[in-house]
Write a protein that binds this ligand. Structure first.
Ligand SMILES: [Zn+2]
Length: 93
């Protein structure tokens, strides 16, 4: 088999037998494959693939830290009593 066929491989311990390790592979076509019987015999997305996919998604959507550069200071408005009354009314809505 072509070695370039798989982009990534993960080793996932079996959920029922921790001594058993299954290999989840990501193919060039973006397909996930697993070495567990469920995938081999049923070609059904197994929990190992699901786990890897979820983990990958988490890695992808993990937000980058936002750095806020505050160059101009926020002007301080003097809040009149009228405005304060309005604000407290808005809070009640
Ligand atoms: Zn599996």
């Amino acid at each position: 088999m072509d070695n370039d066929y798989y982009i990534r491989k993960w080793e996932v311990p079996s959920f029922t037998n921790p001594d058993k390790i299954y290999t989840v592979s990501l193919t060039k076509n973006g397909e996930y494959q697993c070495s567990c019987p469920q995938w081999i015999f049923r070609r059904k997305e197994c929990k190992h693939i699901k786990m890897i996919r979820e983990r990958e998604n988490i890695e992808i959507i993990k937000p980058k830290p936002i750095i806020i550069v505050n160059k101009t200071p926020i002007p301080k408005f003097s809040v009149s009593t009228e405005d304060q009354r309005l604000l407290s009314l808005l809070d009640e809505l």
